[in-house]
Design a protein around this ligand. Structure first.
Ligand code: ADP
Length: 190
């Protein structure tokens, strides 16, 4: 049966790490719009050239582009089992995703809202900057990404709370502790 999980939360909350693990343990495909965009940037595609300055400024990439990428991925999957990581990030993206899920008969297992206090988020992102050298993990861009999150993505918390899909996950604690909370929230084998 076609199924999906959405990871929601601010930059630095640990969505990517948890999404990867959940995907591999459930046999789902992790779809990270950030990873897809970074791969375009690395390959120097037209889309990558358009996205890079926005990503480096901590701004969101336009909805049409993101929806095109997601549509492409889903079309290629006959029986989608997907973990969305970093998508949707705006109300327009969430509404478009609702339509896609409905059209394709994909059941939403839950929306996992992973959060941590702001100072912890910034600490983690600055730590990652030193390890991975992501060009958007500098102080100025991190601040802009937080503002984008608060203005454009935070409203999705209410959106999914209304539909009853939202599960709040405490992103503080070890990777294993957070993962266990996610398994419990989804009701999958611990
Ligand atoms: P983080 O969650 O740490 O901000 P991501 O890898 O999810 O990192 O995203 C990196 C950047 O890619 C974002 O700042 C934004 O510019 C772009 N991006 C990723 N996903 C989306 C999306 N769904 N909508 C718009 N822009 C996106």
């Amino acid at each position: 049966m076609a199924e999906a999980v959405i990871f929601l939360g601010p930059p630095g909350a640990g969505k990517g790490t948890q999404a990867k693990r959940l995907a591999s343990e459930l046999g789902f495909k992790q779809l990270s719009t950030g990873d897809i965009l970074r791969s375009h940037v690395a390959r120097g595609t037209e889309l990558g050239r358009l996205a890079k300055p926005l990503m480096d400024a901590g701004k969101l990439v336009p909805d049409e582009i993101i929806l095109g990428l997601i549509g492409e991925e889903l079309v290629a999957m006959p029986d989608p089992k997907v973990i969305f990581d970093g998508f949707p990030r705006t109300l327009a993206q969430a509404e478009a995703l609702d339509r896609l899920l409905q059209e394709r008969g994909i059941r939403l297992l839950g929306v996992l809202l992973v959060t941590a206090p702001q100072e912890e988020l910034v600490r983690r992102l600055l730590g990652r900057a030193q390890q991975e050298g992501r060009s958007d993990d500098n102080e100025e861009t991190i601040r802009a990404r937080m503002v984008e999150y608060q203005q454009k993505t935070q409203p999705l918390v209410d959106y999914y709370a209304r539909t009853g899909s939202l599960r709040a996950i405490n992103g503080l604690g070890s990777v294993d502790q957070v993962y266990q909370a996610i398994q419990e929230a989804l009701g999958v084998r611990a």
